[in-house]
Design a protein around this ligand. Structure first.
Ligand SMILES: *[C@@H]1O[C@H](CO)[C@@H](O)[C@H](O)[C@H]1NC(C)=O
Ligand SMILES: *[C@@H]1O[C@H](CO)[C@@H](O)[C@H](O)[C@H]1NC(C)=O
Ligand SMILES: *[C@@H]1O[C@H](CO)[C@@H](O)[C@H](O)[C@H]1NC(C)=O
Ligand SMILES: *[C@@H]1O[C@H](CO)[C@@H](O)[C@H](O)[C@H]1NC(C)=O
Ligand SMILES: *[C@@H]1O[C@H](CO)[C@@H](O)[C@H](O)[C@H]1NC(C)=O
Ligand SMILES: *[C@@H]1O[C@H](CO)[C@@H](O)[C@H](O)[C@H]1NC(C)=O
Ligand SMILES: *[C@@H]1O[C@H](CO)[C@@H](O)[C@H](O)[C@H]1NC(C)=O
Length: 400
């Protein structure tokens, strides 16, 4: 854009100031049973409505033009669900029985209307236009350009969460106990982190800004940065535990992955559930069980994990260690490091066999000389031809 054109544009914008938000009065309701009912932003870039994720399952969501959801109120509802902007100023999701499933907690706080901005932000405001509540301050699994993701905020998807830690690091965590991705930048070298924020620029650059950095510290470029027009880029924590930048052309309803925090999906802790083994079929991650001694918890969904056909407790004195070549049981910080030993492969196998709480073990063949014993109730495996390590999982001997 030339400077001349830009000036002209600013001139136009000054003289023809277009309202940038659509007002939603108190006392109105959206019903899941009439999903084509919507509240739209002024230029219809974003709208709020019930969308159906599977038969008789609905979510009250803000969607981008074309139907890509970017924020969701509470949980799933059935066709009796409704989203109310109550006369007392609360935004509330109810199910068919009238029970409250989610509430903005803004009753009697002076809210006099809601607005949906063309940026995708839903706000609850007072008569004096003071923002009492904003979807940008209460994100679900997505961050939009112009949304300010500050220290202490969290995105969630199932058991996974993404947070901007006080240390200045960005972290992906499983069940608030295992950090499987941790991006450290140099913020600790600088002052007051509480004023820092993670921002996805509209052109597709994800960076962290704080008052002492002018250009921000770049976390990632989307592969299509600065390309195309009328494209929305957004950052989403997906239900598979990966954090991705997507782009979506207006009205298309389709999304394209432009960056993923964890490039190897099998390194996402818990992706294949407890005792599940992640591997690749071509470029697709698949979830299998360690051996015939195991079965999927849910035959239709490998990600739910595996269980032993015969539990260890049911074969006292007869347990054995099943060997898995080219496999690791994922071990990340916050798991018990006291279960790490400098021992060779045979001792690694034997130590697990004789220790009742041990369910699996990995002897790393990466030069570290380490052996991990897995005693936690949840183990997550990865098997693939490029993995040098050998793992063992405890099974009942008579099964083999
Ligand atoms: C909404 O959908 C129903 C049936 O799906 C249809 O009868 C109705 O005309 C639609 N209303 C609008 C405003 O599009
Ligand atoms: C907001 O203003 C309108 C009209 O000025 C008034 O009727 C209403 O009571 C006000 N609401 C609140 C919550 O102050
Ligand atoms: C997640 O953590 C909670 C609390 O520590 C625990 O009770 C639960 O079993 C864990 N979930 C899984 C799938 O291990
Ligand atoms: C962190 O700071 C060091 C020294 O100032 C610098 O060499 C390094 O490139 C920085 N790393 C990042 C990710 O900015
Ligand atoms: C983002 O949040 C920080 C910290 O709360 C604040 O200083 C900054 O003004 C915010 N920026 C925007 C654009 O809202
Ligand atoms: C691997 O992919 C092929 C081709 O898509 C498919 O036929 C096969 O069932 C897949 N194998 C597994 C174990 O998913
Ligand atoms: C142990 O396994 C052997 C076969 O390997 C079987 O004959 C025996 O009954 C098993 N003992 C127990 C206690 O399950």
């Amino acid at each position: 854009m030339t400077l001349q054109f830009l000036c002209f544009f600013l001139f136009l914008a000054t003289f023809f100031s277009v309202p940038s938000s659509a007002t939603i009065p108190l006392g109105v309701t959206l019903y899941a049973s009439t999903p084509n009912q919507t509240w739209s932003s002024p230029n219809s870039t974003f709208s709020i409505s019930f969308i159906s994720t599977s038969p008789n399952v609905y979510t009250a969501s803000i969607t981008y033009s074309g139907g890509v959801p970017i924020w969701t109120a509470g949980s799933n509802v059935d066709s009796g669900g409704a989203l109310h902007l109550l006369p007392n100023g609360a935004l509330r999701l109810t199910d068919g029985t009238g029970a409250t499933l989610w509430d903005s907690d803004t009753a009697n706080r002076g809210v006099s209307y809601a607005s949906l901005e063309d940026s995708g932000e839903l706000r609850l405001l007072t008569n004096a236009s003071i923002v009492v509540w904003s979807s940008f301050d209460n994100p679900t699994d997505t961050i939009l350009p112009s949304q300010n993701f500050t220290v202490g905020k969290v995105l969630r998807s199932g058991l996974y969460s993404f947070s901007f830690l006080r240390s200045g690091n960005l972290a992906l965590e499983w069940n608030e106990s295992v950090v499987y991705w941790n991006k450290g930048l140099n913020f600790t070298l600088r002052a007051n982190l509480t004023t820092a924020s993670l921002v996805l620029q509209a052109i597709g650059i994800l960076s962290v800004f704080d008052p002492t950095s002018t250009n921000g510290d770049i976390v990632a470029y989307s592969s299509d940065y600065a390309e195309g027009s009328d494209i929305l880029r957004f950052l989403r924590l997906d239900s598979d535990g990966n954090l991705r930048i997507y782009s979506s052309a207006r009205g298309s309803g389709t999304t394209t992955i432009r960056w993923a925090a964890v490039s190897d999906q099998c390194e996402v802790f818990g992706y294949c559930g407890n005792l599940g083994i992640c591997g690749y079929n071509g470029s697709y991650p698949i979830c299998e069980c360690p051996s015939q001694d195991f079965e999927h918890v849910d035959a239709n969904d490998g990600r739910k994990g595996c269980r032993r056909k015969v539990e260890i407790e049911d074969c006292p004195g007869n347990a054995t260690m099943l060997q898995l070549d080219h496999a690791v049981f994922l071990t990340y910080p916050r798991e018990v490091f006291s279960q790490t030993f400098f021992v060779g492969i045979s001792a690694c196998r034997l130590n697990c066999l004789v220790s009742p709480p041990c369910v699996a073990a990995t002897s790393l063949a990466n030069g570290s000389g380490l052996c991990y014993l897995k005693t936690s109730g949840f183990v997550s495996g990865y098997q693939g031809p490029v993995i040098p390590s050998t793992s063992y999982v405890k099974v009942c001997g008579s099964q083999a």
